[in-house]
Design a protein around this ligand. Structure first.
Ligand SMILES: Nc1ncnc2c1ncn2[C@@H]1O[C@H](COP(=O)(O)OP(=O)(O)OP(=O)(O)O)[C@@H](O)[C@H]1O
Ligand SMILES: Nc1ncnc2c1ncn2[C@@H]1O[C@H](COP(=O)(O)OP(=O)(O)OP(=O)(O)O)[C@@H](O)[C@H]1O
Ligand SMILES: [Mg+2]
Ligand SMILES: [Mg+2]
Lengths: 258, 258
């Protein structure tokens, strides 16, 4: 059955979308079947994959029960990687979704039949920088959460809030299987003490969760989205593509594949 | 009367909090009386100023009508700079606030008597990375919006959404005076083409709004918050303190002070 992984962190700008797009692409390159769902109204993963935002073509009508998830899936330029784009109206979705019953379980229910068939090995959910209804829907739907973390002080401060929420959702039986599958350090600049100190702190508190792969800060990751392709297509031999390929290998080991 | 400035951008990690803390500090250093309100449940501005998060001491009870704004004001280590800290419960506030009448006008009403007296020259509102109820409350309360913008492609994509929302709030008579007072480029690295291209694009579309001051990328701005002080105290002669002092001078000219 496909595993559903939320990529979430309420702290903004930590590399959630960059990780969603590039990890999904690297896993597809290794022969896995992957679906990336853009749950963020900013629709950055949508443009990072070169897709267009079109009304009624996002996860939004699925969350309102107006469409099935299968109807929204589109292919990307990469074999093995499908996606569900976002639309700007998603921002208004939170209020509409909240009117319905069981509104925190909408995405979980919508993904139910996709999970049962074997079409995808992994389904990734790229989340907005908040703990609102869209992110909580993703956490309730997910089997596990991957938390990208910038090597910065403010990002470190917010980590315990995210980990705490995952624990509450698990304990409260909303999603008893939910766990943190890993913490990924991003924008790592080994020349600064700050980055080394933050990595050291995370390794001290969450040694088993911390990925060995550290994603380096490189402008190539900022340039690739303007071309609508993952960094593995934009700069295939650069340090960013190497780092995300290494992350994909580590991720597969954690999930019993290799 | 004090002018209320929202510091907002739904894109995460663009430098909203860093700008709120350091601009407010530089204006206080120039002799102005400034209040910084942390409207973000992440409470980064609170820790960036060395304040503690305490229950019932934030803007949250004010938005629910349980306290007045004056009751929540605390002083900081900087003469001329007061603050209202955030608390984690603010994240739950959005649902509670939405139950009341006129829930988008709560902050505007709460600030009404502070505006009338001459205690503060400026009140800054540090917003979370979303267009939810807390940010809209800040936009409805504000006279103007300062939009920090990272020199990155994804950040550029989101700019028109923010500008569009401001225009809708003005046109819809929710806040007829609201306007964008400026766009500030942050984390500028002059060695990269990406940064130069993004600045060029913003200058092409919004020449009158773009601040001349470009805030350079420097690790000092990442280090200062872990010491709970603005960069003007942490590294007073560095390039970050110089840039924010220059911004403060430019800001004062735009608001008819110098
Ligand atoms: N390792 C890196 N090196 C350099 N730039 C990076 C790196 N990772 C991401 N970026 C850039 O930093 C910015 C923030 O990353 P991204 O948008 O992926 O974060 P996010 O957590 O998804 O943000 P949001 O909270 O707004 O959803 C983007 O412009 C991206 O291109
Ligand atoms: N000019 C700069 N150079 C280097 N680092 C910076 C700069 N400005 C901000 N930072 C760091 O980048 C990170 C993001 O900045 P900040 O938290 O101020 O953004 P934000 O827009 O308030 O984020 P959020 O969307 O989560 O509220 C922080 O860790 C901050 O210390
Ligand atoms: Mg994102
Ligand atoms: Mg902030």
């Amino acid at each position: 059955p496909s595993r559903v992984i939320a990529i979430a962190n309420q702290k903004g700008g930590v590399g959630k979308t960059t990780t969603a797009v590039n990890l999904a692409a690297c896993l597809a390159d290794k022969g896995l079947q992957v679906l990336l769902v853009d749950v963020d109204p900013q629709a950055n993963a949508t443009s990072g994959l070169g897709l267009v935002k079109r009304e009624m073509c996002s996860i939004y009508p699925v969350l309102l029960g107006e469409k099935t998830i299968r109807q929204q899936v589109v292919s990307t330029s990469l074999p093995g990687l499908d996606a569900i784009p976002a639309e700007l109206d998603l921002a208004g979705a939170e209020v509409d979704i909240a009117r319905g019953e069981q509104y925190l379980h909408r995405l979980r229910e919508a993904l139910a039949d996709l999970r049962k068939d074997l079409q995808y090995d992994f389904v990734f959910l790229d989340c907005p920088p908040s703990l609102g209804i869209l992110t909580v829907n993703a956490l309730v739907a997910a089997d596990a959460v991957l938390i990208p973390l910038q090597c910065e002080y403010y990002a470190l401060e917010g980590l315990s809030v995210m980990v705490g929420l995952v624990q509450r959702l698990r304990a409260g039986a909303t999603n008893p299987d939910l766990h943190v599958e890993g913490i990924l350090m991003t924008m790592y600049d080994r020349r600064t003490n700050l980055a080394q100190q933050v990595v050291h702190e995370v390794r001290r508190h969450f040694p088993a969760l911390l990925y060995d792969t550290l994603i380096p800060r490189t402008v190539r990751l900022g340039e690739a989205p303007s071309h609508g392709v993952p960094v593995t297509r934009y700069d295939p031999r650069g340090i960013a593509a190497q780092a995300y390929r290494q992350l994909a290998a580590e991720f597969m080991v954690r999930h019993g594949l290799s």
